[in-house]
Design a protein around this ligand. Structure first.
Ligand code: SF4
Ligand code: SF4
Length: 66
């Protein structure tokens, strides 16, 4: 399984990653973070193909795919 880390301090809840992931790894149902945003949730890490689109496109550099 891929390890997809979201930095909840950096994530602004823009959900670009939700739209861009070809295999729907992410969902818009995280909890409110200490910064007042709702970070994205990594719901289906098993589906990840490691295409790296999310890590490259996140405007806040909040995603790390390993
Ligand atoms: S693209 Fe980045 S900032 Fe936007 S919801 Fe995803 S992880 Fe958060
Ligand atoms: S690396 Fe690609 S497949 Fe994996 S979560 Fe990111 S966008 Fe989705």
């Amino acid at each position: 399984m891929r390890n997809i880390e979201i930095n909840n301090t950096l994530c602004k809840g823009c959900y670009i990653c939700v739209e861009i992931c070809p295999v729907n790894v992410f969902e818009k149902e995280g909890d409110v973070s200490e910064t007042g945003f709702v970070p994205v949730l990594v719901k289906h890490p098993d589906k990840c193909t490691r295409c790296m689109l999310c890590e490259l496109q996140c405007p806040d550099m909040a995603i790390t795919v390993k």
